[in-house]
Design a protein around this ligand. Structure first.
Ligand SMILES: NC(=O)C1=CN([C@@H]2O[C@H](COP(=O)(O)OP(=O)(O)OC[C@H]3O[C@@H](n4cnc5c(N)ncnc54)[C@H](OP(=O)(O)O)[C@@H]3O)[C@@H](O)[C@H]2O)C=CC1
Ligand SMILES: O=C(O)C1=N[C@H](C(=O)O)C[C@H](O)C1
Length: 256
């Protein structure tokens, strides 16, 4: 299977190239706005693979492209995918509602796996939240996340998805409150969402279910990016075998 990586010079892109090669996939193209012309394997630290980094996404020619970049670049890439019939695995977060709607339209033409988190652990964490929010719908639910200082978006895509799950599973019309300051008495209708940034923290998420006299805290911690990257490569292998256009998630990939 021929794979292209978009955002190839980034923290995730480099690891995806390494893991895809380890899994026996053929990395045939690499796109980024940094390190143009350099060999993508050298950039990824695995030695020369004969694939220069390009900033011209119009050259896309592969079976599946894996994207970890920035929202505007993701959107441009997906338009090209739709035009050329290339399947896509998208991990980029910080997409606007409008961009997500456009992705739904594009996914009516090509298969797309979209997930704000490709780790198996986080996908099971989301499953566990479903059960907890159903059973503890009267408890106060709050979300905390912490990431490295270079993260561009806040709150994380994983935290926002966790919030959507709490809302759906509790059956309550909960609204997100992003941080609190001043007059901010907690109502029954809110989910507080808090984002901390610093240093090189890879990514941690905690959801609190707070009652009177007790609370549950469910935490997922990632201390390297392997689980995200390996999950995205797994998703690429999975979608290569899917012919039906549609918007898929890691739930589909993992069969959970
Ligand atoms: N779904 C998941 O499991 C995960 C998702 N993510 C998400 O993936 C995204 C990338 O994260 P990360 O790798 O840490 O970020 P990085 O900033 O390290 O990587 C992004 C790369 O994309 C490049 N880029 C910027 N603009 C363009 C463009 N127009 N075309 C092509 N490439 C471009 C950046 O270049 P430059 O630096 O020069 O701007 C950079 O090399 C983020 O949205 C993050 O939240 C991260 C981890 C896991
Ligand atoms: O930018 C990151 O690093 C991460 N982003 C994803 C998100 O926004 O949820 C996933 C992971 O937490 C790392």
């Amino acid at each position: 299977m021929k794979i292209a990586v978009h955002g190839a010079a980034g923290r995730m892109g480099k690891l995806v190239i390494k893991n895809a090669v380890e899994e026996g996939f053929e990395v045939v193209q690499a796109f980024d706005v940094s390190r143009i012309g350099e060999d993508a394997g050298e950039v990824a630290g695995i030695g020369n693979i004969g694939v220069p980094v390009s900033d011209n996404v119009e050259e896309l020619s592969c079976d599946v492209v894996i994207d970890f970049s920035v929202p505007s670049a993701t959107m441009k890439l997906l338009e090209v995918c739709a035009e050329k019939g290339v399947k896509a695995v998208v991990g980029t977060t910080g997409l606007s509602e409008e961009q997500k709607k456009r992705i739904e339209v594009i996914a009516s033409k090509i298969p797309v796996v979209l997930s704000p988190n490709f780790s198996v652990g986080v996908n099971i964490f989301w499953k566990a939240l479903e059960m907890l929010a159903e059973k503890l719908s009267d408890y106060d639910m709050e979300i905390f996340e912490i990431h490295h200082r270079f993260k561009r978006d806040a709150p994380s895509g994983t935290a926002l998805r966790a919030g959507e799950i709490l809302r759906e599973a509790s059956g309550k019309n909960l609204r997100f409150v992003f941080g609190r300051e001043g007059e901010s008495l907690r109502s029954d209708e809110e989910i507080g969402v808090f984002a901390v940034r610093g240093g090189d923290v890879v990514g941690e998420h905690t959801v609190f279910f707070i009652g009177f006299g007790e609370r549950i805290e469910l935490t997922h911690r990632a201390w390297n990016r392997e689980a995200f990257s390996r999950g995205a490569v797994k998703a690429a292998g999975w979608i290569a075998g899917v012919d039906e256009p549609g918007l898929y998630s890691m739930k589909d990939v993992l069969g959970i």
